[in-house]
Write a protein that binds this ligand. Structure first.
Ligand code: ARG
Length: 459
C-alpha cells in the first residue's frame, strides 16, 4: 500500500527518515493548481497527437478537474510519503480513474513538470506585485499633490542640508518604486517561457506538440534547450534579486518615516489604526508596520542568497538540490506583497506636521543659498563658501539661528551683501530657486506631478 509510483526497481520500502527529509509536499502544495493546469494541457496535447487515446485524455482531464475542485474546497488529503505535489496529484488521479491515470506522465518528467508549474506561479505573482506597486505609486502621487506647499529640510548625513518641498520627497520614492516595477516587468520576459516538453533533461521521444501546450498555458515562448529548461533557475534568482532591491527601497523609506515619527523630529502623525501600543508604557504609539518592513528585508536578502548558493555548484542538469528553490521564493513573495501593501496604507494615512517641518527647514539649511548670493555678486564659490562658513561659526558661538542676522552684521563679513540678501532667509524662496530640471522648485514639482498623472494607470 505504501508502494511508490517509482517503486519498480526497489526491493525494500523507503526509510521513514528519508521520507521525512526529502518530502516537499509541506510547502510545494502551494503549486497544486498550477501543476494541474500544466497536466491538463499536457493530457489534452497527448490526446490530440494520438500519443494516448482521445478517450483516455478526456478521462484524465475530467479526473484532474475533480481533484482541482477537491483541493479548492480543502478536501484533498496531502500525504508525505508521496513526496511532492506532483506525486500526490498523480497518485490521486490513478486512484480516481484507475490505470488510465498512469498514462498522464507519458512524455514528461517531474523535472520539466515542476519548473513549468513554478513558472506559471511566478508569472501570476509577478503580475500581482506589479499591480501592488502601481497602487503604491498612486498613493505617493496623491500625497505629493497634497504636500506641494509644505517645505521641509532635506538631509545628508542626517544633518539638515537644504530646504525642499515635501512633495519632492514623495516623488523621489515614486521614481524608485517605478524602477522596481520596471525590473519585475522586464523579468517577466524571462519567466514567461515554457520548459514543458523538455523531459528529464534531453527532450522527449514522443511527438509532442509544444506549441499547443504553450498556447493553452499562456506562455509567450518555448524554451529552446531542454538541459537549460530543466536545470536553470537564473530567471528565478532575478525575481529574488528584484524583490531584494524593492525591499531595500521599502526599508529605507520605513526608516525615514520611523525617524520622522519620533517625538524629537515630530514631522508626521501615523494613523492610530496602523500603529500599535506598548504593554507597559501607556504613552507609546509604535510604528511596528514600518519596523517590520525594515526587519523583514533581511528575510528577502536571505532568500536571494539561499538560491544563489543552491545553484552555484550544481553539475548539469537537474539535481534534487533544486527542490530547495521553492521556499525562498514563497517567502519572498509573501513578504514583499505584505510590505508593499503596508507601505501603501502608511502613505495613504500619513499626516505631515507642516509647522514643525517648516520650522526646521530654515536656519543653516539656507547657508548654501547665502553663499550663492555672493557668487551672483561675482565672488568665486570657494570664497563665498568660506565667508558663509564664518557667519555660521559666528552665530553658532552665540547660539543664534541664521534668520536672526541683520544686514549690518552681514556687511561685516562681506561688503557684497545688500538689502535683498535677507530674502534668502526664507526656506520657500530658497526651495523655489532650484529651478533646474529635476529640482525642487514648485513649478518643477508640478511638472513631475503632471508627468505621473499621465503615466499612472487609472483604477
Ligand atoms: N519535488 C522535486 C522538485 O521540487 C521534483 C522532483 C524531481 N525529482 C527527481 N527525483 N527527479 O524539484
Amino acid at each position: 500500500e505504501k508502494k511508490k509510483l517509482w517503486g519498480g526497481r526497489f526491493s525494500e520500502g523507503t526509510d521513514e527518515f528519508v521520507e521525512e527529509f526529502t518530502e516537499s509536499i509541506s510547502f510545494d502544495k502551494e503549486l497544486a493548481l498550477y501543476d494541474i493546469k500544466g497536466s491538463i494541457a499536457h493530457a489534452r496535447m497527448l490526446g490530440k497527437q494520438g500519443i494516448i487515446p482521445k478517450e483516455d485524455s478526456e478521462k484524465i482531464i475530467k479526473g484532474l478537474e475533480e481533484i482541482k475542485k477537491e483541493i479548492e474546497e480543502g478536501k484533498f488529503e496531502w500525504k508525505k510519503e508521496l513526496e511532492d505535489v506532483h506525486m500526490n496529484i498523480e497518485k490521486a488521479l490513478i486512484e480516481k480513474i484507475g490505470d488510465t491515470g498512469g498514462k498522464l506522465h507519458t512524455g514528461r518528467s517531474r523535472n520539466d513538470q515542476v519548473i513549468t508549474a513554478f513558472r506559471l506561479y511566478l508569472k501570476e505573482e509577478t503580475n500581482n506585485i506589479i499591480n501592488l506597486l502601481e497602487e503604491l505609486k498612486k498613493a505617493l502621487l496623491k500625497k505629493a499633490e497634497e504636500t506641494v506647499d509644505i517645505v521641509m529640510p532635506a538631509y545628508t548625513h542626517l544633518q539638515r542640508a537644504q530646504p525642499i518641498r515635501l512633495a519632492h520627497y514623495f516623488l523621489a520614492y515614486l521614481e524608485m518604486y517605478n524602477r522596481d516595477q520596471e525590473r519585475f516587468k522586464d523579468n517577466l520576459r524571462r519567466i514567461d517561457q515554457m520548459p514543458l516538453g523538455s523531459g528529464a533533461l534531453a527532450g522527449v521521444d514522443f511527438p509532442l506538440d509544444r506549441e499547443m501546450t504553450a498556447k493553452e498555458l499562456g506562455f509567450s515562448k518555448i524554451m529552446r534547450n531542454s538541459l537549460d529548461a530543466t536545470a536553470s533557475r537564473d530567471a528565478i534568482i532575478e525575481f529574488l534579486s528584484n524583490s531584494a532591491i524593492c525591499m531595500s527601497n521599502l526599508s529605507r523609506q520605513s526608516e525615514d518615516l520611523i525617524i520622522w515619527n519620533s517625538t524629537e523630529f515630530s514631522f508626521v502623525e501615523l494613523p492610530d489604526k496602523l500603529t500599535t501600543g506598548s504593554s507597559i508604557m501607556p504613552q507609546k504609539k509604535n510604528p511596528d508596520v514600518l519596523e517590520l518592513i525594515r526587519g523583514k528585508t533581511g528575510r528577502v536578502y536571505g532568500d536571494l542568497i539561499a538560491l544563489l548558493t543552491i545553484v552555484k555548484g550544481l553539475p548539469m542538469a537537474y539535481n534534487r538540490d533544486l527542490q530547495e528553490d521553492k521556499e525562498p521564493v514563497f517567502d519572498a513573495v509573501k513578504t514583499l506583497k505584505g510590505s508593499i501593501i503596508g507601505m501603501t496604507k502608511i502613505i495613504e494615512g500619513l499626516k505631515p506636521k507642516k509647522e514643525n517641518m517648516e520650522k526646521s527647514a530654515g536656519g543653516f539649511a539656507l547657508a548654501t543659498d547665502l553663499a550663492n548670493y555672493l557668487v551672483n555678486k561675482g565672488l568665486p564659490f570657494r570664497q563665498a563658501h568660506h565667508v558663509v562658513g564664518q557667519i555660521v561659526g559666528y552665530l553658532t558661538a552665540q547660539n543664534r539661528e541664521l534668520e536672526s542676522i541683520t544686514l549690518e552684521e552681514l556687511k561685516k563679513f562681506s561688503e557684497l551683501f545688500e538689502e535683498d540678501a535677507l530674502n534668502i532667509l526664507n526656506p520657500k524662496y530658497v526651495a523655489d530657486a532650484r529651478k533646474t530640471f529635476g529640482g525642487t522648485a514648485k513649478e518643477r514639482i508640478l511638472e513631475q506631478i503632471a508627468f505621473w498623472k499621465e503615466n499612472l494607470t487609472e483604477k
